[in-house]
Design a binder for this molecule. Structure first.
Ligand code: ADP
Ligand code: ASP
Ligand code: MG
Length: 457
């Protein structure tokens, strides 16, 4: 179910630029040139400058353990990072001065948070939000220097999440619609990642969340397209950080892209495809540094049989429950699932046998309580430092050979769990994280380098 503000299709396009796309004065100039070519009304979503959310996260970790000295040192790095960008970016003295004043306003908020951290109940989310607030304001002054007709709309005034940390699409559409109606500018800058929760407090959409902001805003405004501009030429067929010779995929279905995002392709936030899929708004991944490259277009389309891409997600924990009674005894699985439900912990992969069930989670906040409750139903074993290796494509159930191909490719790697058949688009393997890079490479060389990919499954 999705909601749109009073926008007609064709009114608006949504462009999101990640941290590296605005990571230096030169990158900002390049990004501005891309944006300025647009003739349509455009909402532009900015992340924090690259590295800034990491610095803010360091500051909040130091504050949580009371290490004020280290927090102040990270603050110095943060000041230098922003000051250098402002220094290199502006030619106009007036705009440079205004950008510097805004920066100092936010830095004094941060300094106050550091000074007060030991005295008040410190909330890290107030700190984490500052990166996007600062980058968006600085770039809006640069747009003005470039004579672009720009306004800034603060995401904290419309982006809302509910008690389950999910976007409240209805409220967002209404609030954003009102703000857009009051604004006549062609270019509207807003912040990714940040939002308010149901208590009205500053919150966020989790790391990498600006992609999710783009999808939510795209749906709320019934945008013609959601463009995600980043530092790579689209979604690749394997993780380029760990595998050589990966290649971009020019076109993907929503279903395949959603599996890849959820199971680890860092280029997209795990939840960013679903809203766009529901509203049928194409998502275009583009390279800010090579804008003429086609990138990846994610849209509703017929599926092509075969393996399209491989991704992996770390930080996985498996929980195995060996039943005291037979698995099939009435209500066993229901009881197990209820425990996870109670602790708002989602399960990624599940396998069963006659005597037990193994499942994986990535959020271990409540693991002690979960294990404690599960112990009532059977013997519980927990294993962490696992990864999900996910093979994505279109695997019709009447086709043979896929299992053999995957297993042959990684025949030397110990596999902890296998899941296939949950959808026609995904095979998931759970391996120890130490084997992840080998698994990605061996699968890649068998599936893609030997050119077996699309037709041979
Ligand atoms: P941004 O700051 O623009 O949001 P991210 O760093 O979040 O960018 O995502 C882009 C990075 O994702 C790429 O530089 C690349 O290293 C990594 N990545 C991981 N898996 C993939 C993949 N399958 N395709 C493309 N990039 C990937
Ligand atoms: N700045 C946030 C992060 O680094 C959000 C984003 O870039 O998408 O996680
Ligand atoms: Mg990202």
């Amino acid at each position: 179910m999705y909601f749109i503000c009073n926008m007609t299709k064709g009114d608006i396009q949504v462009l999101k630029f990640g941290g590296t796309s605005i990571g230096s004065a030169e990158a900002i100039r390049n990004t501005t040139e891309i944006i300025s070519k647009s003739t349509q009304r455009t909402i532009i979503i900015f992340s924090a400058f690259s590295g800034v959310t990491n610095l803010l996260s360091d500051i909040s970790s130091f504050l949580l353990i009371g290490n004020i000295q280290k927090a102040n040192r990270a603050l110095e790095a943060l000041i230098a990072r922003h000051t250098n960008i402002i220094q290199d970016l502006f030619l106009n003295v007036g705009y440079k001065k205004q950008a510097t004043q805004i920066l100092h306003r936010y830095l004094s908020i941060l300094q106050e948070q550091i000074n007060m951290a030991l005295l008040v109940d410190y909330d890290p989310k107030q700190t984490l939000a500052l990166g996007e607030l600062i980058s968006s304001e600085i770039i809006s002054f640069y747009f003005k220097e470039q004579d672009l007709n720009v306004a800034i709309i603060n995401a904290l005034d419309y982006m809302r999440i509910n008690e389950n940390d999910e976007p409240d699409q209805g409220e967002i559409a209404q609030l954003l619609g009102n703000l857009l109606n009051d604004c006549t500018s062609q270019f509207i800058i807003t912040q990714g990642y940040i939002c308010r929760n149901r208590n009205g407090k500053i919150d966020n959409l989790k790391r990498g969340g600006s992609d999710y902001s783009a999808a939510i805003i795209g749906v709320a405004t019934n945008a013609t397209t959601i463009q995600i501009w980043t530092d790579i030429d689209g979604l690749h067929n394997n993780d380029p950080r760990f595998v050589d010779h990966t290649t971009p995929i020019t076109s993907l279905s929503f279903e395949e892209a959603a599996e890849l995002a959820y199971f680890g392709a860092k280029v997209l936030h795990p939840q960013s495809i679903l809203p766009a899929k529901e509203a049928n708004i194409p998502v275009h991944l583009k390279n800010t540094f090579q804008p003429s490259k086609p990138g990846t277009l994610i849209k509703k389309q017929n599926f092509t049989e075969g393996i399209r891409a491989i991704a992996a997600k770390d930080g996985i924990t498996s929980i195995k429950i060996k039943s005291y009674r037979m698995l099939m005894s009435f209500g066993f699985l229901k009881n197990v699932f209820e425990v996870f439900d109670q602790h708002k912990t989602s399960i990624d992969v599940i396998t069963t046998s006659e005597v037990g069930v193994s499942l994986t989670i990535d959020d271990t906040q409540n693991i002690e309580k979960i294990v404690d409750q599960l112990s009532a139903f059977g013997e519980v074993t927990v294993e962490d430092q696992l990864s999900i290796v996910c093979i994505v494509g279109y695997f019709p159930s009447d086709q043979s050979g896929l299992g053999a191909k995957i297993m042959t490719a990684i025949k030397d790697i110990p596999i902890r769990m296998i899941s296939f058949g949950g959808s026609l688009h995904n095979v998931s393997l759970i391996v120890k994280s130490v084997h992840k890079i080998d698994a990605l490479n061996q699968l890649h060389s068998q599936v893609f380098d030997k050119n077996l990919s699309l037709l041979s499954v």
